[in-house]
Design a protein around this ligand. Structure first.
Ligand code: ADP
Ligand code: ASP
Ligand code: MG
Length: 811
């Protein structure tokens, strides 16, 4: 014999029930079957909410009742022909009784647990009766009343089963019953006089009770997912079904919120070692999950689950130390009032005990405990009970975790890296689970982080938030789109852009923005400010988040710290932050270290050339920088390489800007400020404390040009001073030298300025917008370490940003 249980979504409407009937028909070909059904769809929720409404306004509860009726009559119309009149008569009787109960609640203004149990039982009474009759149309089926068979105590909403009597009832019933198919309601039971219920989600439990009593070969739980997943598939998209899992593991997972099974379900099946198979009504072919005694491939972590709406209750005080009985009194108080303790930790000093309870119970628990410990509290031996709300528990489960060292280390460092604050930790001594209490708002991120850590080591996801989609930003997005497939296949990286913004608008898609039409999406996005963008990024609360600044904007550079403090990495080509005062630079570096978030700016110097990265490697491996000589302005290089007696300075600068070789404000390049910032950053990264003002800047621009206030004035002034620029050129040319804008750092001092470079110098042959850096260090004292290559342009800058993103991914 087999027991098959179908959950609420499997029987949510006539279409679904047809699928169920096909599965039943198939299963009943070889064997007798007991079919346990839940209430249709969300009927139980609706029945309960109508009961509460009846206390306020009977018309509201009748409205809900009407929708419930409509669903049930629709199913009858669609599935029952032969016995229809009888079925309708019985169903009308049930609905009339239900309506009278609601009226009673309204009149008496009383809604006891007893009444709630009675009301909620109607869901399964109706569903089992209707499905039994639908099956009778073509199959050898009958209906059984679970309330006649499952016998419990008086705890109406979470009744305890008396197995001795129940098992006998069930065995006797099936002995007499010769039908191939018996349909019974889950969830309902009785204390011999009144209806009781087995707790929300209790149909699974009913099914296990029948399976154990009848000692069946297999218990099948049919639901709306293809098995027990490595994590709730609604929360973790990458979760996948677990092929086989042990009873204990399944119990831990369901205890910690894997709703696919109701926690006590497994107990009766476990005692009898009955295999449980979880199957998908909507995909009957897929294998599902087998829960059994000795599952195959039990490797480390099996699954991750979580419970939301948890509160922590803490009992604390020096008066507890060394005095036995505190925890006994605590647990006794809670259990007497049926308050479920989900989680326990005790500090080793015995100075505090901390228990997790459902949020609904928290206030009541506090009041009860304050009362229990009132004497100790009055005498100040312990503090009044404290509650912390809005928490969640996440649990990592796996039977053979005890054989794998370092799992908890991995768990907590993965959470830490993603700024998930852990409030309390418990590890069962059986080491089947490690659970942690965290803020509820972090639950989704934490689950995804841990899932990635334990199940997806092969594919790592990075979530990007990009501001600035001008020249550099646009190329970056294009490169990313082009490389996406390669990164996934070769580097096992899934890089998604979740948010983009320009100065006016922002657009977010939590599943990753389609990079083919991001421009259109952004155009239709919502208005943005730096603050609203930040808030939105924070709200998204994705793991491995990276904020990317492709602007040259001062205000954007001021928000990095906020991001870093949320453990969101920052990648930027905006030079302002690191070239601002040293304290600010230092703070950003420190915050980045403290919150374990990368702060990368390779493109500050030499666009995509690996200059800063190389310098970091030198320093980290113990080298010391003595001197740096460099041509660091791709734009100035372009300008002086193209400028001669045949050209005008104005046109050459305009062309450099057009080709994307200058900052949006070309004066920043021409005045030498950009180069000064770059040598400043190299000096700082070399370990020297320097400010921008300390750098001697010998500008070649006329004073008047330096004083211009906008691009138009600036360009006009270039034309006006053409002679000045021609003179500069001629002086160098007369000596067979070229003009190069050189940055130097030595003996703790730096300067930038135009120099005459003779043909034997390594700088002489720099082409186009090339950059070159010479590092003279302890290891490279005479022959410097040289890095040379294209040092400006949107494409190379974008690829530098890209390289920083990959560095973060590989961290
Ligand atoms: P039923 O109505 O069939 O009893 P439930 O809604 O009670 O179904 O349980 C199935 C749901 O459990 C799934 O739709 C899924 O959202 C949720 N769930 C939570 N954790 C898990 C998990 N680890 N594996 C599968 N499902 C899970
Ligand atoms: N119908 C009940 C509930 O919704 C029992 C079940 O479906 O398991 O809680
Ligand atoms: Mg369920």
């Amino acid at each position: 014999m087999k027991v098959l249980k179908f959950g609420g979504s499997s029987v949510a409407n006539s279409e679904n029930i047809k699928k169920v009937l096909a599965i039943i028909e198939n299963a009943s070909k070889e064997d007798k079957v007991a079919i346990i059904v839940s209430a249709f769809g969300k009927t139980t929720d609706q029945l309960l909410s109508a009961s509460h409404k009846a206390l306020e306004d009977i018309t509201l509860s009748k409205e809900i009742l009407e929708t419930i009726k409509e669903l049930h009559f629709n199913v009858i119309d669609a599935l029952i022909t032969q016995n229809k009149e009888e079925v309708l008569k019985e169903v009308h009787i049930l609905f009339n009784r239900l309506e009278s109960i609601y009226e009673g609640v309204f009149l008496l203004q009383e809604l006891s647990d007893k009444t709630l149990a009675k009301v909620s039982s109607f869901g399964e009474r109706l569903s089992s009766f209707i499905i039994a009759n639908a099956a009778k149309e073509t199959l050898d089926a009958t209906h059984g009343e679970s309330s006649d068979l499952i016998f419990t105590n008086d705890n109406y909403l979470n009744a305890q089963v008396n197995f001795k009597i129940t098992n006998k009832n069930i065995i006797d019933f099936f002995d007499k019953n010769k039908h191939q198919i018996t349909v019974l309601g889950g969830f309902i039971s009785s204390n011999n006089i009144e209806i009781t219920t087995l707790g929300r989600g209790g149909s699974d439990f009913s099914a296990a009770i029948y399976a154990a009593a009848l000692q069946v070969d297999e218990l099948q739980i049919w639901t709306d997912v293809s098995g027990m997943f490595t994590a709730n598939p609604r929360v973790v998209k990458q979760a996948f079904p677990i092929n086989e899992i042990s009873y204990e593991e399944a119990m831990e997972l369901s205890h910690f919120g894997a709703k696919v099974l109701y926690p006590p379900t497994i107990q009766p099946a476990l005692r009898q070692e009955i295999p449980i198979r979880i199957k998908n009504t909507f995909d009957p072919e897929s294998l599902g999950t087998l829960i059994c005694k000795n599952p195959k491939n039990s490797n480390g972590v099996k699954g991750i689950s979580h419970i939301e709406d948890i509160s922590l209750i803490t009992l604390e005080g020096g008066g507890m130390i060394g005095i036995p009985g505190f925890s006994k009194r605590l647990f006794e108080t809670l259990s007497q009032q049926f308050i479920n303790v989900v989680f326990i930790t005790q500090a080793s000093s015995e100075h505090s005990i901390c228990v997790g309870v459902y949020e609904n119970d928290a206030q009541k628990a506090k009041e009860l405990l304050d009362e229990t410990f009132s004497i100790e509290i009055d005498r100040k031996r312990i503090k009044p009970i404290s509650i912390e709300k809005e928490l969640a528990i996440i649990a990592v489960v796996g039977e053979s975790m005890k054989n794998h060292q370092g799992l908890s280390g991995q768990m907590f460092s993965a959470l830490g890296r993603n700024n998930v604050n852990v409030r309390a930790i418990a590890q069962g001594s059986s080491e089947k689970n490690i659970s942690a209490v965290i803020n509820k708002k972090d639950a989704k991120k934490a689950l995804n982080t841990l899932h990635e850590q334990f199940f997806e080591e092969r594919i790592k996801q990075l979530n990007l938030f990009v501001t600035g989609v001008g020249n550099v930003g646009e190329r970056f997005l294009a490169q990313l789109q082009q490389q996406k497939k390669f990164l996934k296949e070769n580097l096992k990286l899934n890089i998604r852009v979740i948010g983009i913004a320009n100065s006016r608008k922002m657009f977010f898609d939590n599943n990753g923005i389609n990079l083919k039409n991001w421009k259109e999406s952004l155009e239709n996005g919502e208005p943005t400010t730096l603050e609203s963008f930040y808030k939105k990024v924070k709200k998204c609360n994705h793991r491995n988040s990276v904020f990317i600044d492709n602007t040259a904007n001062q205000r954007v550079s001021e928000v990095y710290e906020q991001y870093l403090r949320e453990s969101i990495s920052v990648v930027t080509c905006n030079k302002i932050a690191c070239a601002s005062n040293f304290e600010n630079y230092k703070t950003l570096k420190e915050v980045s270290r403290k919150y374990n978030a990368s702060f990368l700016f390779e493109t500050y110097v030499g666009a995509g050339l690996p200059i800063i990265d190389t310098l970091k490697n030198l320093i980290n491996s113990g080298d010391r920088v003595h001197k740096i000589q460099a041509v660091l302005s791709g734009s100035l290089n372009f300008v002086f390489n193209n400028y001669n007696e045949q050209a005008t300075f104005h046109d050459v600068v305009a062309q450099a800007q057009k080709e994307g070789f200058t900052e949006p404000d070309p004066k920043i390049d021409l005045s030498g400020v950009d180069v000064a910032r770059k040598i400043l950053i190299l000096a700082r990264e070399s370990g020297y404390k320097l400010e921008l003002e300390d750098i001697e800047n010998n500008s070649f621009l006329p004073k008047e040009t330096l004083a211009t206030e906008n691009n138009t004035e600036f360009y006009t002034s270039l034309t006006k001073h053409e002679n000045h620029f021609q003179n500069l050129y001629k002086k160098a040319d007369d000596k067979a030298c070229r003009l190069k804008y050189v940055a130097e750092f030595a003996n703790g001092k730096a300067n930038v300025g135009l120099q005459h470079i003779a043909s034997d110098h390594p700088f002489y042959n720099l082409d186009g917008s090339d950059n070159i850096v010479l590092f003279f260090t302890e290891r490279y004292p005479e022959n410097p370490l040289i890095i040379k290559g294209a040092g400006a342009g949107a494409d190379v800058t974008a690829s530098g940003i890209f390289a920083d993103v990959i560095r973060i991914a590989n961290k």
